[in-house]
Design a protein around this ligand. Sequence first.
Ligand code: GAR
Length: 226
Amino acid sequence: MSPTTPARLTVLISGSGTNLAALITAQPTLSSTHPTSIVRVISNRKAAYGLTRASDAGIPSAYHNLASYKKRLTPESAAREAYDADLASLVLADSPDLVVCAGFMHILSPAFLRPLEEAGVRIINLHPALRGEFNGAHAIERAHAAFMAGEIQRTGVMIHYVISEVDMGEPILQVAIPLSHPDDDNIAVLEDRIHDVEHEAIVEGTRLAIEALWAAREGQNTAPSS
Ligand code: GAR
């Protein structure tokens, strides 16, 4: 793999896409050693503003929605499995090197994870808390409630590899955020502070994941044959 071959990224989103915007802005200079290209944005919500951000940036996008699977298939686990298998096919059709979950509010099952692993495509995720804390949805709200109850004095942001256990994969980077700002009792202020940290972390975490991927591939290419 030549260092000038662009790293192909697929970005999964569900919402406003401010983290996607940070990646789009950083795209030209994301890695100093490897050019990077976002090849597609996929949303599981039709109204996600991130789809507009993708279109404005000229990035192909797709909408892939679980509700239509739930209408056709029961039990729900069968619908989720079929949805995840089709999501894997949709992602792999673009031959990405890395999948970035940037506010993607869907728990990825082995029906998605296995085909990507077999294709050698790694998946990373942004979690708005530190490892092992507030796993799953509404992490910021739950951290704020814990702070207000006097249970925590800091929260954070993590970028990690995705495994089937939610928000428990190997961390790529973690940033602690002390809850010492005079307005941290105001959840809107705290959310803004966390989002600012996220926007730097998603870029840095993606850069580290791309460089780790290329280092691993170069290692494979130069391994002595036995
Ligand atoms: C971000 O706060 C991100 O940390 C959170 O969704 C938001 C997406 O914002 N993700 C999770 O909670 C994942 N468990 P954005 O659409 O503006 O990037």
